[in-house]
Design a protein around this ligand. Structure first.
Ligand SMILES: [Zn+2]
Length: 274
């Protein structure tokens, strides 16, 4: 599944490819991807004539800002966007095509068909589902120590589950939470309300650092078509604990162990994290 750094890489790449392009027509080959409006024909009609002015991101959602509308998209398991010449053959898993007036297409491809698209009047997207229930993105000022520490004080769930809770912070997934907790030297099973303010700050800054580093690496490749799985593969070479069970901790040499925390496979150094 693409995580926040992969989505950010896709966002940056797509923006260069589709900024200021105007949608002439939309084709929908699998209507269940379209969640709002419910009628795919209405979706097509609304987007005709809209120009993509910018692409933003909140957590793992991309927000295409157009003249009057915002298109909110989540790639879920295997969704991919690509830009093609309109004459190129359409592969079997391409479900939505935005035909631009310059002879190119923005195509949405999704083998699993779990991805989603919602259209809103511009400015309304943050007030409604699915963005409404998201906490701040790790890069927003709102993800401050005061905010984060207060959230931790209010719950006796373990710290790993709190970091994975999209209502607390948007976009952190299993891989990056394990890496962030290792960097912060905090055990994933610690109850959130037992973390000191200093520990909360270590976890907060480690989360932002890990995500930043992954974006820096993923962001170095600019292609016309992004394979999200491939982007994940690039960062995996830099992982310190995730998927590294039975190898030595890079800090102390102790064997990395794998456990289940909140039902999720979790990787720790039992020596470094307490
Ligand atoms: Zn260690």
């Amino acid at each position: 599944m693409p995580e926040l750094p992969e989505v950010e890489t896709v966002r940056q790449t797509l923006l260069q490819l589709v900024r200021n392009k105007t949608i002439e027509r939309v084709s929908v080959h699998w209507g269940n991807i379209i969640k709002r409006p419910q009628d795919p024909n209405e979706f097509k009609r609304l987007l005709e004539g809209q120009t993509i002015l910018d692409i933003e991101r909140k957590g793992k959602f991309m927000i295409f800002n157009m003249n009057d509308l915002s298109l909110v998209s989540h790639l879920r398991m295997e969704g991919k966007f690509g830009v093609f010449d309109a004459s190129e053959e359409k592969p079997k898993h391409t479900h939505v095509i935005f035909h631009f007036d310059d002879g190119t297409d923005l195509r949405y491809d999704d083998v699993r068909k779990f991805g989603t698209m919602h259209v809103f009047e511009k400015g309304e997207e943050l007030k409604e589902k699915p963005l409404k229930q998201l906490g701040p993105d790790p890069f927003e000022d709102a993800f401050s120590l005061e905010y984060f520490h207060e959230k931790l004080q209010r719950t006796s769930r373990n710290i790993k589950s709190v970091l994975l809770d999209q209502a607390v912070v948007a976009g952190l997934g299993n891989i990056y939470v394990d890496e962030a907790l290792f960097k912060a030297r905090v055990h994933p099973e610690r109850l959130a309300n037992t973390l000191t303010k200093d520990e909360a700050e270590r976890v907060r800054t480690a989360s932002v650092d890990i995500i930043n580093e992954a974006i820096r690496q993923g962001g170095s490749t600019i292609r016309s078509y992004i394979n999200s799985q491939g982007q994940i593969g690039m960062f995996q070479q830099q992982l310190k604990v995730y998927g590294k069970e039975n190898t030595g901790c890079p800090q102390c040499g102790t064997e990395i162990t794998k456990l289940k925390v909140g039902g999720r496979g979790t990787h720790i150094c039992p020596q470094c994290q307490s």
